[in-house]
Design a protein around this ligand. Structure first.
Ligand SMILES: [Zn+2]
Ligand SMILES: [Zn+2]
Length: 274
């Protein structure tokens, strides 16, 4: 089953896409279900993370939910779910919990983009960290943050699990999961404990590091310890990218032996065998 469970529309600070265009592209690419997952926080003009307030987010996400409901009428055969991608930042955690409880989401991605104050997913900033920190410091720092986010745990799946490699590979060479196995396993075991799933994020299959997030070795470790829920997402910020490289992500899922892909309604997963 092809699904795109990581899409940003114009209610996200980093996208201008209308839901209608996203849905049309999803149908064209053979998606059976999609989920709009906008950032909870607002951004600065240069892509830096500004702030998160419950009031602003509730207002913006309520408007998004309305647009999804309107668009759904025109696409009766494509379920469009209502989700969010929330950022791990320690000082935001109590606010995020309030926000998540208020919004009645179908699905929530937990993502970690900031290491030592640097947004590592953005080319504007990533070099700030990688040019001053050694590989071990940067990568281990990232996985340490990821662990704290999973300990908090008020979300359904970890987004782009090893996104640190997106620009990190330009400084340190190809990412080798084995080097960080203890750090990664600590995160995966905590996910298993809390019933948190993992996303197969296709965003960089075609450029940057040209790999799936996460590396297939990490997916094999997920299977070994019994993580049950696997989603797929393009992480598209432009409607043209909806569903892009999802077929390739599904092939990787099959190759590593993932038995089922999960969809969510009101944060309850349903598994679809592949
Ligand atoms: Zn992200
Ligand atoms: Zn995203």
């Amino acid at each position: 089953m092809l699904i795109d469970y990581h899409i940003h529309n114009h209610f996200s600070p980093d996208s201008e896409s209308e839901t209608e265009k996203i849905a049309a592209k999803a149908v064209e690419r053979g998606m059976k279900e999609i989920c709009i997952t906008n950032h909870g926080e607002t951004f600065l003009k240069d892509g830096g993370r500004e702030t998160f307030t419950v009031e602003e987010a509730v207002k913006r996400f309520s408007a998004c939910r309305k647009e999804i409901a309107e668009t759904q009428k025109a696409f009766p055969n494509l379920p469009i779910r209502f989700g969010a991608e929330i950022e791990y930042k320690k000082e935001w955690l109590p606010l995020l919990k309030t926000f998540v409880d208020k919004m009645d989401f179908d699905f929530i991605i937990g993502s970690h983009h900031i290491v030592d104050g640097v947004v590592i997913s953005s080319h504007h900033f990533a070099a700030d960290l990688f040019s001053r920190a050694g590989e071990k410091e940067a990568y281990a720092g990232y996985f340490e943050g990821l662990l704290k986010m999973v300990e908090w745990g008020h979300f359904d799946a970890v987004g782009h699990f090893d996104i640190i490699k997106k620009y990190g590979h330009q400084f340190y060479g190809p990412f080798r999961p084995k080097k960080y196995k203890p750090e990664i396993m600590a995160v995966l075991l905590m996910m298993k404990d809390k019933g948190i799933g993992i996303e197969l994020n296709a965003n960089c299959l075609r450029d940057k590091c040209k790999e799936l997030f996460p590396h297939p070795d990490i997916l094999k470790w997920c299977l070994k310890i019994g993580i049950e829920n696997y989603t797929m997402g393009s992480d598209g910020h432009e409607w043209q990218n909806t569903g892009l490289n999802i077929k390739e992500a599904l092939q990787i899922a099959k190759d590593v032996g993932i038995p089922a892909i999960s969809t969510y309604i009101k944060r309850r997963p349903t598994q679809h065998f592949i």
